[in-house]
Design a binder for this molecule. Sequence first.
Ligand code: NDP
Length: 295
Amino acid sequence: MTASIIDGKAFAQQLRARVAEHVARLKRQGITPGLAVVLVGEDPASQVYVRNKGRQTVEAGMASFEHRLDAATSQDELLSLIARLNADPAVHGILVQLPLPRGLNAEAVINAIDPAKDVDGFHILNVGRLATGQRAMVPCTPLGCLMLLRDRLGDLSGAEAVVVGRSNIVGKPMAQLLLRENCTVTIAHSRTRDLPQTCRRADILVAAVGRPEMIRGDWIKPGATVIDVGINRVPAPDKGPDKTRLVGDVHFAEAVEAAGAITPVPGGVGPMTIACLLANTLTACCRAHGLPEPE
Ligand code: NDP
């Protein structure tokens, strides 16, 4: 039996449409949610991400404020921009595109963002709130993964969940969210002794490693739900010289024979990230105005 494919692209489209509807209602009350994105330097991948974020923000009816700064920007200059955005009532969400150029301290910059406007959920206060079960801004990629899981599985209580990867932006917050859903959570990483055997325990397997097709089909418990966060560009000589393709951290062709459901790459988790960023900005705006939060 082959797995059913979890269509993150379609789910993200529906989520963006719900956000846009809510934004239209707010605008009728004279409120326009606003997202400020700060890009320092010329990293090509970051430029693409920032462009996409800006486009989708505007498509959802929100105000998009883009701040593109020179790679030579000093820490003080960046911090004073963050202070201005913190104080600006038209800005409900602030996102600093990572990685920052060398010489800038990302941790200090992130922690200078007003936690109420920290739509990436990376501020230490939001990390602590999530870990202690308080109302937090939740990082976009794991939030998107959780939405896909809940849509597919409903109640996650009691499920064995294995998260491969322990980064602050994906692995750790993913594990916290699954714990909040009453899963039994294992976090695996590069020092895990027997990774294949650990993965075989999982009813829910989340891969956030950054290694192309590392997780093989025989690591997957039959019927498991597999969420592949990885985005890896690899050579594709079959498509022509110098051609590339995107693959996940899971060997899709093998995994699809074992899993019950699986996210593809591309078209799985990827589109959910920006959709969740828009949803977080909307949430931040509603909270700032003391309005009920969107479902
Ligand atoms: P990081 O490099 O920050 O973290 C990778 C994690 O994988 C680390 O915890 C590392 O362990 C672990 N790891 C590395 N090698 C192995 C191994 N051989 N066995 C087991 N664990 C291993 O990556 P990110 O969390 O930022 O991203 C992970 C992937 O997700 C990347 O492909 C990235 O492109 C993608 N991504 C996708 C997003 C989306 O929108 N879909 C958003 C963000 C990321 P250790 O801590 O021990 O070093």
